[in-house]
Design a protein. Sequence first.
Length: 364
Amino acid sequence: MSKVTVVGAGNVGATCANVIATREIADELVLLDIKEGVSEGKMLDIFQTATLMDFDTKLTGVTNDYAATADSDVVVVTSGMPRKPGMTREELIGVNAGIVASVVGNVLKYSPKAVILMISNPMDTMTYLALKKSGLPKNQIFGMGGALDSARFKCYLSKALKANSNEIEGMVIGGHGDTTMIPLYSKATYKGIPVTELLSKEEVEKVVADTMVGGATLTKLLGTSAWYAPGAAAAYVGESIIRDQKKVVPSCTYLEGEYGQNDICIGVPAVIGRGGVEKVLTLNLTADEKALFESNRFSARLDRRPNASRRNPCSPQDDGNPTTIGTGQTIPCPATEATAYAPYVNHAIYGTTAARRLRRRLRA
């Protein structure tokens, strides 16, 4: 018997649960949320499609009852505030850090051996935070951003080539951010033919640019973060774990010497099986790709000065105040959470103006 728990019944979590249920990836599926009735309602809705979609996965929806998640093999964490138009993933740090830390702690009380798959944004930072706060082995907790970004890369390659997307191979490594991901066009192929032989330089550059802002494009169109592709990507990775498929999936994982990096969670190709991240594969990157990966590493390095010297990453002035950093969006930022998790504001803070401003505030 296999069991998966999805924490967070928002658009991404519910979509992930729907894909897991209808594809019968697990024997049992639990959807948990803090809002009364939401998980129960969505799981009942999915259950009512069972005879239409021909599946018999056992479905349970619960409100903040972590005991119901006991003995899960995989836990998908989608909890947190989604992006709004104009927001970067990095601007969610102050709100989502405390949520993610609490969720992971509660999950491990009942499923200490579960593989934890992080989706909450900013995903690279949340993965690092959850790993450090939980003390889990690095293979047991990782982020799924590379699976989503790679799917978007192949989508845009398909559109440019006017080809079946399932005939295209391509992957994205680096950070799960609009300025930090690295679509590896040098290694992308269409039925074994390098795409650089089929597309012009300008066409390739457009595919890369569209991929990098794939999430932001959807946020602008939808008014909130996307959910179909993120939810499906999480289910895809979860299936590789549950069924021990050993798929090679670009994943945000903790590096200890791989690619010359240490003490960082960042996207690299990895073999995903029953043990989670079972192996990191080393690619021969081009000089440009190496330079981009190295710049990601410098941007993602953790500032380790004591907490006492840090400013609240959410508020430019007083802990607990809301912020509108770079977006015009008011983001509540609880003082205790903002201060406690400031040390983990690392991987997601990259090249955007708002991100640089955040880093300066942390160092003030």
